[in-house]
Design a protein around this ligand. Structure first.
Ligand SMILES: *Cc1c(COP(=O)(O)O)cnc(C)c1O
Length: 497
């Protein structure tokens, strides 16, 4: 198997090259040349394995240029009890009547991003070695909260790497800020930007594409790479938990082997739900993929009408990790749905860059509808859902997960579809304690972040992640706050070049 670019079908690279590079030189995203299959027999066998073995098994279908030893080095270093608080790595919790929560937040930073960012540093350093490159990898991240911390935790003290994270000074929750400013590790740097997330992201992009800086890095035997979900090394690990959890449900006799299930995913950049689509295309028995958005409902409209239009107001919500108007990974899906027509993709994404809008063909619209359903919900509905779920099922969910639950309830009401369903639960409620407490108690709590965690513990009974408790006594290491025009200097200084 090899990987090609969504904007150049003739390109052929190995998975190691695709991962090391992050994005193709033509601006396209790397996709596998074919989708490997998995049989029901294989899925049944996975049920008897532990998570890291299931991961190694599935990776071997995609990373065909990696040896078994290389794959196991990655999976075993990532998915273990030093990193995750649950032996199963992910947990499945029965919410009601054939509806299951797929808890993806038992990793060190309490959000689903850990599932990929714990393994990415190993995939990346192995890939770089495999392509005979001995440069130090420099990771730059702009974050609105979850990605930055998960990337820092994944890359901390990984030999051959250095990581720098920029966040908007006023744009992250107090807990998220504390998580980043107390970050440990000898190869990490964190810096606040006086500006919003877009400023941070634009700053990072302009450094990435600055030829002078690239040359300087090259002279010093360094190279940039990407840790966000345009990198195939972040997407592949997400396919695994869908297959793994299906195998788990079969093993626990919650479903029978071959029985189709629906999957609901709270969506932002379209990475997580795309991984579920890959799992389905591999042969996992999946009926509908339900794409849940908050008030930034550009994907809901797209799946319903085939028109992608980002010309709308950006809305700041209580599910900030889904506040996004350009979902990068959609490009991979559309490439598959339009028959790998790279010219067509270039046309649509050119239109998106130019006018912020494109409309797909009737054929693609029909294919979209066959696999996907979509809905969105407002902040008020999100809060109501947190409260309802808490009252009815004694289950506490975070704001992002609540969006998925609400959209699923609406879907089920309007279609009558009672297929058993897995809902991706993407963050621990403790990460968004203020919003969750407000939803349950009806008013905003006037206490500090740690008291909120205490209070939420008394209500929910969920174990408090030790990583969040430990923050209280950690020293603040990174206090620098700079103007966006100073990012370049900051990077060069941190690299000592
Ligand atoms: C990143 C994130 C999402 C969105 O995931 P995508 O892969 O970008 O669609 C949802 N919930 C939480 C908590 C996240 O951190």
């Amino acid at each position: 198997m090899f990987y090609k670019s969504t904007r150049n079908s003739n390109l052929k690279v190995t998975s190691a090259q695709a991962i090391a590079q992050g994005i193709s030189v033509d601006g396209g995203l790397f996709v596998p040349s074919e989708i490997p299959s998995i049989s029901l027999d294989e899925i049944a066998k996975l049920g008897a394995m532990k998570y890291s073995d299931r991961a190694a098994y599935i990776f071997s279908k995609y990373l065909t240029d990696f040896s078994e030893v290389e794959i196991r080095y990655c999976t075993e270093n990532a998915y273990n009890l030093q990193k995750f608080s649950s032996e199963n790595i992910v947990e499945i919790s029965h919410l009601f009547d054939g509806t299951y929560m797929l808890e993806l937040w038992h990793g060190p930073t309490c959000a689903f991003k850990d599932m990929a960012l714990q393994i990415l540093p190993f995939l990346l350093t192995t890939s770089v070695k495999k392509i005979n490159c001995d440069k130090k990898i420099v990771i730059l991240v702009a974050t609105s909260g979850d990605t930055g911390k998960a990337a820092l935790e994944g890359f901390k003290d990984v030999p051959g790497t250095q990581i720098m994270v920029f966040y908007p000074e006023q744009g992250v929750s107090p807990m998220q800020k504390r998580q980043m400013t107390t970050q440990e590790g000898g190869n990490v740097a964190v810096c606040a930007i006086k500006g919003n997330f877009d400023d941070a992201q634009n700053g990072v992009k302009s450094i990435f594409t600055n030829d002078e800086i690239k040359e300087l890095l090259d002279k010093n035997s360094m190279m940039f790479s990407s840790a966000n979900s345009i990198n195939w090394g972040r997407l592949a690990p997400q396919i695994i938990y869908y297959i793994s959890s299906y195998a788990e449900l079969v093993k626990n006799e919650e479903i029978s082997l071959g029985e189709k299930i629906n999957i609901v995913v709270p969506t932002g950049n379209f990475g997580n739900i795309l991984a579920a689509y890959y799992a389905k295309k591999m042969g996992l028995p999946v009926a509908k993929l339900i794409c849940a958005s908050n008030s930034n409902n550009v994907l809901t409209d797209f799946i319903k009408t085939g028109i992608y239009d980002r010309n709308r107001k950006f809305i700041t919500t209580i599910s900030p990790s889904m506040d996004i108007l350009i979902s990068s990974n959609l490009e991979r899906l559309l490439y598959m749905l339009c028959g790998e027509d790279d010219a067509q993709i270039k046309k649509w994404f050119g239109e998106l860059a130019q006018s912020g809008r494109y409309e797909v063909s009737d054929d693609v619209k029909a294919k979209l509808k066959a696999d996907f359903s979509a809905g969105f919900c407002t902040d008020d509905e999100t809060e109501e859902t947190i409260k309802n779920i808490f009252d009815k099922y004694s289950y506490t969910c975070d704001t992002h997960t609540a969006v998925a639950v609400k959209v699923y309830e609406e879907y089920r009401k309007s279609t009558g579809d009672a297929t058993k369903t897995l809902i991706a639960s993407t963050a621990s409620p403790y990460k968004f304690s203020a919003s969750v407490l407000k939803a349950i108690e009806g008013k905003a709590p006037e206490i500090d972040e740690y008291e909120m965690v205490d209070r939420l513990y008394k209500l929910s009974g969920f174990d408090v992640p030790k990583e969040l408790l430990e923050l209280k006594n950690k020293e603040e290491r990174f206090k620098t706050s700079i103007d966006k025009s100073e990012m370049k200097e900051f990077v060069l200084k941190a690299l000592g070049i």
